[in-house]
Ligand binder design. Structure first.
Ligand SMILES: Cc1cc2nc3c(=O)[nH]c(=O)nc-3n(C[C@H](O)[C@H](O)[C@H](O)COP(=O)(O)OP(=O)(O)OC[C@H]3O[C@@H](n4cnc5c(N)ncnc54)[C@H](O)[C@@H]3O)c2cc1C
Length: 475
């Protein structure tokens, strides 16, 4: 039997962030990941010279966890231009953000799509959410995105032609029945930052997190699924597919379904949202010109969006080729074969760009992704489990403890590390681990005064705690 101090189950974004912070705190950390590679839901493959992310995913550069955990320069980010192309049969309008994309000021938007009143309300909404923190937004009373925006007085045309495809693309719910908290937070984030892709694909994000975790001393073991966790209160036993490990604490950072199975915590949500995505190659001369904007289907969700990926990140396609992505949101799309989906995209593009020919559009990959996010109806965030929900020496991390997205996942990993760090001596993991007599103050702060008299606590630990507390204050 092996012994490890802290085991992290799952090398998605949450697990990798938790591993890095725990290792930096001085714990001996082993991450077990059942798949052959790190990244969880954020994965990329190479095919025929194209870079193919698993589903259309993007990085919001203003997410606090993104700026805190990642070296964005090293990711060589390629940025979308703010706004979108709103497309319908026979016409297209460019909706730009005049404050952030002045070059697009002359672009026209059909007045039935976005009225002056809608524009003014957008600015007022931006002011309203701009000063609110993530916590304030997610603690506020909830309702659906549609009813929230109706209360704000937005026109139905604006909701159906812009908000539904754009935010429906983010929440994978074109009906806008999702919690308005997700809308408020992503809307706020879009007002202050960019949407971007790493030049090497989205999996560069977890790969960098894994590098940070390894640099801090964490050991990441892939192709080793965890089958069972037994919490003895004074230690925890982790059974993997090939071995049994004793640890002082375990972080379950899996997808929600496995987290529920391993922890027994019933409040872990298991209703899911998915999508079907298809990637196409075509000669660069045949690709629609969108000036690095997403194309929104104002009429229906087949497809909901078409994204000119290589127009944004030229690395995504080989020379003289373009890479497009289409995302389908309806459940019917899961039943359709690849040729039918490709024909739907060709036909949508031809109707939006009647002067162009899309016969050269060739499907490269079709992904039917049943689980992309957990379902987020209004109020769901009030019922999500906290990191300490299992009790004993078992902790939870994962977007399902915060909200579904990269920010929620990374934040949850850090919070799990903070909780372990606050509940147990920082130095003294392993055989010395023990409960603090005054474990933490409000908001999970670790009190350095409770640690200072203890000879086991090193100056590195105190500086680590101080950095953590600073982070908490920073949120
Ligand atoms: C198509 C798609 C589009 C998305 N678009 C966006 C977007 O644009 N922006 C955004 O912010 N978010 C987006 N998301 C959501 C975002 O990717 C997730 O919220 C985030 O990656 C979740 O990370 P996680 O670490 O919580 O969980 P996961 O990524 O699910 O990681 C869990 C890990 O645990 C492993 N695991 C599970 N069970 C075991 C076990 N028993 N033993 C060992 N390992 C195990 C899994 O293999 C996995 O690696 C999208 C997701 C998808 C799929």
């Amino acid at each position: 039997m092996n012994t490890d101090s802290v085991v992290v189950v799952g090398a998605g974004l949450a697990g990798l962030v938790a591993a890095r912070h725990l290792a930096q705190a001085g714990a001996s950390v082993t991450v077990y990941e059942q798949r052959a590679e790190v990244g969880g839901r954020v994965r990329t493959r190479q095919q025929d010279g194209f870079i193919i992310d698993r589903g259309f995913q993007v990085l919001f550069t203003s997410y606090p966890a993104v700026t805190r955990e990642l070296d964005l320069d090293a990711l060589s980010l390629r940025r979308f231009t703010p706004g979108a192309v709103i497309a319908r049969p026979g016409s297209r309008s460019v909706l730009s953000d005049p404050l952030r994309d002045p070059r697009a000021a002359v672009s026209s938007v059909r007045t039935d799509e976005v009225t002056q009143t809608d524009k003014i309300r957008t600015l007022l909404l931006r002011q309203h959410v701009g000063t609110r923190t993530e916590r304030e937004i997610f603690d506020s009373p909830d309702q659906s995105i549609r009813s929230y925006l109706r209360e704000w007085g937005f026109s139905d045309d604006y909701l159906d032609h812009f908000i539904a495809p754009f935010y429906g693309g983010i929440t994978l719910d074109r009906s806008l029945s999702t919690s308005k908290r997700v809308f408020e937070y992503t809307f706020k984030s879009l007002s202050t930052g960019d949407i971007a892709l790493p030049a090497d694909g989205m999996q560069a994000v977890p790969q960098q997190l894994a590098m940070h975790a390894r640099d801090a001393g964490a050991n990441i073991v892939c192709e080793e699924g965890v089958t069972d966790i037994i919490d003895h209160t004074d230690s925890v036993t982790i059974e993997t597919e090939t071995t049994t490990v004793d640890a002082d604490a375990v972080v379950i950072a899996t997808d929600p379904a496995d987290a529920r199975r391993l922890s027994g915590v019933e409040s872990i949500p298991t209703d899911t949202r998915g999508c079907v995505t298809q990637y196409y190659g075509l000669p660069i001369a045949d690709a629609p010109k969108t000036r690095k904007k997403i194309i929104l289907n104002a009429a229906n969700s087949a497809p909901n969006t078409v994204v000119p990926l290589s127009n944004v990140a030229s690395e995504y396609a080989p020379d003289n080729q373009a890479l497009l992505n289409a995302t389908f949101l309806s459940s019917a799309a899961f039943e359709r074969d690849s040729d039918t989906l490709a024909e739907q995209t060709r036909s949508a593009l031809s109707s939006w760009y009647p002067d162009r020919d899309f016969d050269s559009l060739k499907p490269i990959v079709t992904d039917r992704i049943e689980f992309a996010q957990f379902d987020q109806p209004p109020g769901v965030h009030d019922t999500l489990p906290q990191t300490r929900a299992p009790g004993g020496r078992t902790y939870l991390a994962g977007d399902y403890t915060a909200w579904s997205g990269i920010q929620g996942a990374m934040r949850s990993g850090r919070e799990a590390a903070i909780a372990i760090n606050a509940d147990w001596r920082v130095v003294g993991f392993g055989s010395n681990i023990r409960k603090l007599s005054t474990p933490c103050g409000p908001l999970g702060f670790v009190s350095s005064s409770s640690l200072l008299p203890d000879r086991l606590v090193s100056s590195e630990s105190i500086s680590y705690i101080s950095r953590y507390n600073h982070h908490i204050l920073d949120r």
